[in-house]
Design a protein around this ligand. Structure first.
Ligand SMILES: Nc1ncnc2c1ncn2[C@@H]1O[C@H](COP(=O)(O)OP(=O)(O)OP(=O)(O)O)[C@@H](O)[C@H]1O
Ligand SMILES: [Mg+2]
Length: 227
Protein backbone atom coordinates (compact mmCIF):
# COMPACT_ATOMS: atom_id res chain seq x y z
CA UNK A 1 0.00 0.00 0.00
CA UNK A 2 1.33 3.45 -0.90
CA UNK A 3 1.89 5.61 2.17
CA UNK A 4 0.63 9.18 1.89
CA UNK A 5 0.78 12.23 4.09
CA UNK A 6 -0.30 15.76 3.33
CA UNK A 7 0.13 19.17 4.87
CA UNK A 8 3.06 18.32 7.12
CA UNK A 9 4.41 21.52 8.63
CA UNK A 10 6.46 22.48 11.65
CA UNK A 11 6.95 25.79 13.41
CA UNK A 12 9.38 26.39 16.26
CA UNK A 13 9.48 29.62 18.22
CA UNK A 14 7.36 31.33 15.56
CA UNK A 15 9.73 30.26 12.76
CA UNK A 16 8.60 27.91 10.02
CA UNK A 17 11.17 25.11 9.89
CA UNK A 18 9.07 22.90 7.63
CA UNK A 19 6.79 24.49 5.04
CA UNK A 20 3.61 22.53 4.18
CA UNK A 21 4.70 19.31 2.53
CA UNK A 22 2.86 16.34 1.05
CA UNK A 23 4.53 13.04 0.26
CA UNK A 24 3.77 9.59 -0.98
CA UNK A 25 5.95 6.51 -0.68
CA UNK A 26 5.38 3.31 -2.62
CA UNK A 27 6.00 -0.10 -1.03
CA UNK A 28 9.68 -1.05 -1.31
CA UNK A 29 10.64 2.50 -2.37
CA UNK A 30 14.19 3.58 -1.52
CA UNK A 31 14.29 7.33 -1.07
CA UNK A 32 17.12 9.63 -0.03
CA UNK A 33 16.28 12.79 1.90
CA UNK A 34 19.14 15.18 1.18
CA UNK A 35 20.02 18.83 1.67
CA UNK A 36 22.46 21.10 3.44
CA UNK A 37 22.83 20.99 7.21
CA UNK A 38 19.89 22.80 8.81
CA UNK A 39 17.72 22.50 5.68
CA UNK A 40 15.09 20.52 7.61
CA UNK A 41 15.82 16.89 6.77
CA UNK A 42 15.47 15.56 10.32
CA UNK A 43 12.45 17.79 10.91
CA UNK A 44 10.73 16.34 7.85
CA UNK A 45 11.77 12.80 8.85
CA UNK A 46 10.19 13.19 12.31
CA UNK A 47 7.05 14.87 10.96
CA UNK A 48 6.64 12.05 8.44
CA UNK A 49 7.03 9.38 11.14
CA UNK A 50 4.52 11.10 13.46
CA UNK A 51 1.94 11.56 10.69
CA UNK A 52 2.16 7.96 9.50
CA UNK A 53 2.04 6.55 13.04
CA UNK A 54 -1.07 8.65 13.63
CA UNK A 55 -2.59 6.74 10.69
CA UNK A 56 -1.69 3.45 12.43
CA UNK A 57 1.18 2.64 10.08
CA UNK A 58 4.15 0.77 11.60
CA UNK A 59 7.14 3.05 11.05
CA UNK A 60 10.61 2.48 12.47
CA UNK A 61 13.24 5.11 13.14
CA UNK A 62 17.00 4.66 13.32
CA UNK A 63 18.81 7.68 14.77
CA UNK A 64 22.27 8.86 13.78
CA UNK A 65 23.98 7.48 16.84
CA UNK A 66 23.20 4.28 18.73
CA UNK A 67 23.62 6.36 21.91
CA UNK A 68 20.24 7.91 21.14
CA UNK A 69 18.58 4.48 21.09
CA UNK A 70 20.49 2.52 23.73
CA UNK A 71 20.71 3.02 27.48
CA UNK A 72 24.29 2.38 28.71
CA UNK A 73 22.95 0.85 31.96
CA UNK A 74 20.77 -1.79 30.29
CA UNK A 75 21.77 -5.05 28.63
CA UNK A 76 21.25 -5.68 24.95
CA UNK A 77 18.73 -8.41 25.86
CA UNK A 78 16.73 -5.85 27.85
CA UNK A 79 16.64 -3.42 24.90
CA UNK A 80 15.40 -6.17 22.61
CA UNK A 81 12.63 -7.19 25.00
CA UNK A 82 11.55 -3.58 25.47
CA UNK A 83 11.34 -3.12 21.70
CA UNK A 84 9.17 -6.25 21.42
CA UNK A 85 6.94 -5.04 24.27
CA UNK A 86 6.59 -1.58 22.71
CA UNK A 87 5.23 -3.31 19.60
CA UNK A 88 2.97 -5.55 21.75
CA UNK A 89 4.84 -8.56 20.42
CA UNK A 90 5.75 -11.63 22.44
CA UNK A 91 9.36 -12.69 22.85
CA UNK A 92 10.38 -14.61 19.76
CA UNK A 93 13.94 -15.97 19.82
CA UNK A 94 13.67 -17.27 16.24
CA UNK A 95 12.83 -13.78 14.95
CA UNK A 96 15.73 -12.32 16.90
CA UNK A 97 18.08 -14.96 15.55
CA UNK A 98 16.98 -14.24 11.97
CA UNK A 99 17.41 -10.47 12.35
CA UNK A 100 20.78 -10.83 14.10
CA UNK A 101 21.96 -13.10 11.35
CA UNK A 102 20.68 -10.70 8.64
CA UNK A 103 22.54 -7.79 10.24
CA UNK A 104 25.74 -9.78 10.82
CA UNK A 105 25.65 -9.69 14.64
CA UNK A 106 24.81 -13.33 15.36
CA UNK A 107 27.90 -13.53 17.59
CA UNK A 108 26.82 -10.54 19.74
CA UNK A 109 26.61 -11.23 23.48
CA UNK A 110 23.18 -10.14 24.71
CA UNK A 111 24.18 -10.11 28.36
CA UNK A 112 26.52 -7.18 27.69
CA UNK A 113 25.64 -3.53 27.88
CA UNK A 114 25.99 -1.33 24.76
CA UNK A 115 29.56 -0.35 25.58
CA UNK A 116 30.49 -4.06 25.46
CA UNK A 117 29.72 -3.97 21.72
CA UNK A 118 31.59 -1.99 19.02
CA UNK A 119 29.85 1.10 17.59
CA UNK A 120 29.27 -0.71 14.31
CA UNK A 121 27.65 -3.65 16.11
CA UNK A 122 25.53 -1.31 18.23
CA UNK A 123 24.20 0.45 15.15
CA UNK A 124 23.42 -2.89 13.46
CA UNK A 125 21.61 -3.94 16.63
CA UNK A 126 19.56 -0.73 16.52
CA UNK A 127 18.69 -1.39 12.86
CA UNK A 128 17.75 -5.01 13.69
CA UNK A 129 15.55 -3.73 16.54
CA UNK A 130 13.87 -1.30 14.13
CA UNK A 131 12.92 -4.22 11.89
CA UNK A 132 11.23 -6.32 14.61
CA UNK A 133 7.74 -5.13 13.72
CA UNK A 134 8.16 -5.61 9.94
CA UNK A 135 7.59 -1.87 9.46
CA UNK A 136 5.94 -0.45 6.35
CA UNK A 137 8.66 2.21 6.43
CA UNK A 138 12.06 2.53 8.03
CA UNK A 139 13.47 6.05 8.36
CA UNK A 140 17.22 6.13 8.94
CA UNK A 141 18.69 9.49 9.91
CA UNK A 142 22.39 9.57 8.97
CA UNK A 143 22.66 5.94 10.16
CA UNK A 144 26.28 5.37 9.25
CA UNK A 145 27.89 8.78 9.65
CA UNK A 146 29.46 7.77 12.98
CA UNK A 147 30.97 4.59 11.52
CA UNK A 148 34.17 4.07 9.58
CA UNK A 149 33.62 3.75 5.81
CA UNK A 150 34.11 -0.02 5.64
CA UNK A 151 31.74 -0.79 8.52
CA UNK A 152 29.30 1.80 7.13
CA UNK A 153 29.26 0.16 3.68
CA UNK A 154 28.92 -3.35 5.18
CA UNK A 155 26.02 -2.20 7.36
CA UNK A 156 24.19 -0.67 4.40
CA UNK A 157 24.84 -3.81 2.31
CA UNK A 158 23.33 -6.00 5.03
CA UNK A 159 20.29 -3.73 5.30
CA UNK A 160 19.91 -3.63 1.50
CA UNK A 161 20.02 -7.42 1.34
CA UNK A 162 17.52 -7.81 4.14
CA UNK A 163 15.07 -5.33 2.61
CA UNK A 164 15.22 -7.02 -0.79
CA UNK A 165 12.08 -9.08 -1.05
CA UNK A 166 10.34 -7.22 1.80
CA UNK A 167 7.61 -4.61 1.36
CA UNK A 168 9.33 -2.23 3.78
CA UNK A 169 10.11 1.15 2.19
CA UNK A 170 13.16 3.14 3.24
CA UNK A 171 13.84 6.84 3.67
CA UNK A 172 17.54 7.47 4.14
CA UNK A 173 18.30 10.92 5.57
CA UNK A 174 21.81 11.90 4.60
CA UNK A 175 24.03 14.69 3.41
CA UNK A 176 26.29 12.06 1.82
CA UNK A 177 25.44 12.07 -1.87
CA UNK A 178 27.93 9.27 -2.47
CA UNK A 179 25.98 7.05 -0.10
CA UNK A 180 22.63 8.14 -1.57
CA UNK A 181 23.74 7.55 -5.15
CA UNK A 182 24.37 3.90 -4.35
CA UNK A 183 21.47 3.15 -2.05
CA UNK A 184 18.35 4.95 -3.24
CA UNK A 185 16.51 5.32 -6.50
CA UNK A 186 14.84 8.68 -5.74
CA UNK A 187 15.90 11.82 -3.90
CA UNK A 188 13.95 14.44 -2.03
CA UNK A 189 15.96 17.66 -1.81
CA UNK A 190 15.39 20.03 1.11
CA UNK A 191 16.35 23.69 1.28
CA UNK A 192 15.50 26.08 4.11
CA UNK A 193 12.49 24.08 5.25
CA UNK A 194 11.10 23.44 1.77
CA UNK A 195 11.05 20.23 -0.23
CA UNK A 196 12.33 21.89 -3.40
CA UNK A 197 12.98 18.99 -5.75
CA UNK A 198 12.00 15.34 -6.10
CA UNK A 199 13.25 13.09 -8.90
CA UNK A 200 15.30 9.99 -9.61
CA UNK A 201 18.74 9.98 -8.04
CA UNK A 202 20.36 9.98 -11.45
CA UNK A 203 18.32 12.95 -12.68
CA UNK A 204 19.13 15.02 -9.62
CA UNK A 205 22.81 14.20 -9.74
CA UNK A 206 23.16 14.81 -13.46
CA UNK A 207 20.36 17.28 -14.31
CA UNK A 208 19.37 19.18 -11.14
CA UNK A 209 16.73 21.84 -11.70
CA UNK A 210 16.94 23.81 -8.46
CA UNK A 211 19.84 25.75 -7.03
CA UNK A 212 19.88 23.61 -3.87
CA UNK A 213 20.11 20.35 -5.84
CA UNK A 214 22.66 21.85 -8.22
CA UNK A 215 24.86 22.88 -5.29
CA UNK A 216 24.73 19.38 -3.83
CA UNK A 217 25.34 17.69 -7.17
CA UNK A 218 28.08 20.09 -8.29
CA UNK A 219 30.36 19.14 -5.47
CA UNK A 220 31.67 15.92 -7.04
CA UNK A 221 30.87 13.36 -9.66
CA UNK A 222 28.88 11.41 -7.11
CA UNK A 223 27.89 8.59 -9.40
CA UNK A 224 31.54 7.61 -9.84
CA UNK A 225 32.77 7.99 -6.27
CA UNK A 226 34.04 4.52 -5.21
CA UNK A 227 32.40 4.20 -1.79
N1 LIG B 1 13.39 22.08 18.45
C1 LIG B 1 13.78 23.08 17.65
N2 LIG B 1 13.61 24.38 18.04
C2 LIG B 1 14.00 25.39 17.24
N3 LIG B 1 14.57 25.23 16.02
C3 LIG B 1 14.77 23.98 15.60
C4 LIG B 1 14.38 22.82 16.38
N4 LIG B 1 14.71 21.71 15.69
C5 LIG B 1 15.26 22.14 14.53
N5 LIG B 1 15.30 23.48 14.49
C6 LIG B 1 15.82 24.30 13.38
O1 LIG B 1 15.18 23.85 12.20
C7 LIG B 1 16.08 23.85 11.10
C8 LIG B 1 16.11 22.48 10.49
O2 LIG B 1 16.73 21.58 11.42
P1 LIG B 1 16.97 20.05 11.08
O3 LIG B 1 17.61 19.45 12.28
O4 LIG B 1 15.70 19.45 10.59
O5 LIG B 1 18.02 20.13 9.87
P2 LIG B 1 18.84 18.97 9.15
O6 LIG B 1 18.70 19.21 7.68
O7 LIG B 1 18.44 17.66 9.69
O8 LIG B 1 20.34 19.32 9.56
P3 LIG B 1 21.61 18.34 9.82
O9 LIG B 1 22.09 17.90 8.45
O10 LIG B 1 22.61 19.24 10.48
O11 LIG B 1 21.16 17.20 10.67
C9 LIG B 1 17.43 24.33 11.63
O12 LIG B 1 17.55 25.70 11.36
C10 LIG B 1 17.30 24.08 13.12
O13 LIG B 1 18.09 25.01 13.83
MG1 LIG C 1 19.47 16.17 10.78
Amino acid sequence: MTLSVSGLNVERKGRVILAPTSLSIAPRARIGLVGASGSGKSTLGHALIDALRAQGVVVAHVPQSPDEALDPLRTMAFHWREAEKALCMGHNPARRKALFSALGIAYGNLTKRPWGWSRGMQQRFVIAMALIGAPALIVLDEPTSALDPVVAADTMDLLDNFLTGQDTAMVLVTHDLGLASRRVERLWVMSEGYLVEEATTEDILTRPTTEAAAKLAAHKSWLTVPC
